[in-house]
Design a protein around this ligand. Structure first.
Ligand SMILES: [Fe+2]
Ligand SMILES: [Fe+2]
Length: 320
C-alpha cells in the first residue's frame, strides 16, 4: 500500500513532513480521503511535539463537517497530555451545538490531561441533558482526583501494554474474571467501578475476559458511553472471538452511533477475513459517523493485513 517515499534530511523531514501533514489533516486541497487524514493525525500524535499539537489544535478549530474526525482530534489531544489543548477542549465541552461525540471526547481528554483546576469546569456538566457528556465528566472528575491521590501513588500501574491513557485505571482489587464480570455487568453499580473492571478484563485479554465483555456490551441498558468504551477496548485487544458480537452491534440500527462506530473500528483492527464484507456493507450506511468509521476501519484492515511497519505512516508522504 506504500507508494513512493520521499527522502528528506533530518531537518527537512521535520519541516516538510509537518507542512504536508498539516495540509492533509486540514484537507487544504479538499481532496483528501478521510482515512488519510486519520493517518496524518496519528502521525502527528506519534511525533507528539509542540508543533504537532499546534497543528491538531488548528485542525480541531477548523473542522466543521466530520463528527468522527473531530472526535478523533479531541481524543489525540488528550492522549498527548499537552496543557495547551485545555482551552480548546473546554470550548468544545461548553458548546451545546457541538457534536455529542466531540463534547464527550473533549471531556475525556480533560480527564487524560488531569489538571486539578479543570474539575470545577467539569462539575458544571454533571447534570447536562447530554447524558454521554454528563457521564464522561463524572468519570473525568473521579480520574483527576484519583491521579492526585495517595492511593494512586501507592499503586504504580505504569503505562498499560496498549499505550493508551485510559478514562479510569484498571482495578487492582481482583484479577478473578467472574468477580470482574459481576461488577462489569451490574447495571446498578456506578460507572467508575464498572469501567475499572472493564480495563482489568482488557488487560487479561483471554477468551473468558472477551466473553464477559461481550455479555456486558449486549446486555447493558444504562449507558451508551459504557457500551462504546467496551467497543473501544475490543479494538485494543484485537481478539478474534469478539468479532461476532461487534458485527451484531455494528448492524444494530437502534444502537447509538458512538457505540456502532467503536464496533466498526474494532472490527477493522481485528482484521480477520470475516470482517471485510461486513465493513463494506456499512460503507453506505445512512449515518455519517457509521459510514466514515467503516471507511477508516477498512483502511485499518488493510494496514493489519499488510507489511506496513506503522499505521500512521502515510503513503507518498513520510520518509526516513
Ligand atoms: Fe470515546
Ligand atoms: Fe471513538
Amino acid at each position: 500500500m506504500c507508494g513512493e517515499s520521499k527522502v528528506y534530511t533530518t531537518h527537512q523531514t521535520e519541516n516538510s513532513a509537518l507542512s504536508e501533514l498539516q495540509s492533509i489533516i486540514l484537507n487544504e486541497k479538499n481532496n483528501v480521503p478521510l482515512f488519510q487524514r486519520y493517518r496524518a493525525l496519528f502521525s502527528l500524535k506519534g511525533l507528539g511535539t509542540e508543533e504537532a499539537v499546534d497543528i491538531i489544535i488548528k485542525s480541531i478549530k477548523a473542522e466543521k463537517d466530520s463528527e468522527l474526525f473531530k472526535h478523533e482530534l479531541a481524543y489525540c489531544l488528550g492522549q498527548l497530555q499537552n496543557k495547551k489543548a485545555i482551552p480548546v477542549l473546554i470550548d468544545l465541552i461548553k458548546d451545546p451545538n457541538e457534536f455529542v461525540m466531540v463534547r464527550h471526547e473533549a471531556a475525556e481528554s480533560i480527564g487524560a490531561i488531569s489538571e486539578s483546576e479543570t474539575i470545577e469546569i467539569l462539575k458544571d456538566y454533571l447534570n447536562d441533558p447530554c447524558k454521554e457528556l454528563a457521564d464522561t465528566c463524572l468519570l473525568a472528575i473521579e480520574k483527576i482526583k484519583y491521579d492526585h491521590s495517595e492511593e494512586s501513588k501507592k499503586v504504580d500501574q505504569g503505562v498499560n501494554i496498549y499505550g493508551s491513557i485510559d478514562p479510569t485505571p484498571a482495578t487492582t482489587e481482583t484479577k478473578d474474571i467472574s468477580e470482574l464480570k459481576n461488577i462489569l455487568c451490574d447495571q446498578k453499580r456506578d460507572l467508575w467501578s464498572r469501567y475499572r473492571a472493564m480495563f482489568a478484563l482488557r488487560d487479561i485479554n483471554n477468551d473468558e475476559a472477551v466473553e464477559a465483555l461481550s455479555e456486558a456490551l449486549e446486555s447493558d441498558k444504562t449507558s451508551a458511553l459504557f457500551r462504546h468504551e467496551i467497543g473501544f477496548v475490543f479494538g485494543e485487544m484485537q481478539h478474534p472471538k469478539s468479532a461476532h458480537v461487534l458485527k451484531r452491534v455494528l448492524g444494530n440500527a437502534t444502537e447509538a452511533p458512538m457505540v456502532r462506530h467503536e464496533a466498526a473500528e474494532a472490527l477493522g483492527s481485528i482484521a480477520s477475513d470475516e470482517v471485510f464484507s461486513v465493513l463494506k456493507e456499512y460503507l453506505n450506511d445512512r449515518n455519517d459517523v457509521i459510514r466514515e468509521s467503516c471507511e477508516v476501519a477498512l483502511d485499518m484492515y488493510e494496514y493489519e493485513n499488510s507489511n506496513e511497519f506503522q499505521y500512521a505512516i502515510i503513503p507518498d508522504t513520510t520518509s526516513v
